[in-house]
Design a protein around this ligand. Sequence first.
Ligand code: SAM
Length: 187
Amino acid sequence: MEELEPSELGTLEYWEKRYKQEIKNFTNHGDVGEIWFGEDIVDKVTVWIIKHIPKTARIIDVGCGNGHTLIELANEGYTNLVGVDYSERAVILAQSIAENRGLNIKYSQCDILQGLNDVYDIVHDKEKALKSDGLFIITSCNWTHNELQDQYKDHFDLDCLIPTPQFKFGGKVGSVVSICVFKHKNK
Ligand SMILES: C[S@@+](CC[C@H](N)C(=O)[O-])C[C@H]1O[C@@H](n2cnc3c(N)ncnc32)[C@H](O)[C@@H]1O
């Protein structure tokens, strides 16, 4: 099988350059920048969290970018929110947006591959740092629900799927984005 070229989205250089521009756009025009999976998908995650998770839960968004998901949660009354990103400029952007809106969200620069020091009730997007009874919510535009379950099967059981818009092609039904909620495996 032909080997795929690594994506530039997997490099810190790409994100630093991108957030440099997004900081400029925010400073000059108040434009907060890209919402990667779209507003509709962020809504699905936040609506699910609002329905199932208390407002005081300790929630971390890993690879938070401009912090859009956390801002939505803060607007809904969540008080214990943390965002980390390995791009220093993403952190600067996210801090500026939160400050501009008078929201109390803690941001810091952190490469998830180096690990996190703390544990959380809800981890959005990457999974280490989860309390034993916590929930790990992942949104993916690369992998299907089944592939995500397979990827995490040694450590996590599926708690539920958050439904996303579907499309039909060639008689098959698919989703552009998959959102899974995982819990630690019962030992
Ligand atoms: C596709 S963007 C998503 C941003 C945001 N979560 C959203 O949904 O709009 C991916 C983000 O992950 C961050 N990221 C990638 N690898 C990371 C790592 N190893 N540690 C922390 N952040 C990382 C990037 O800097 C970027 O901000």
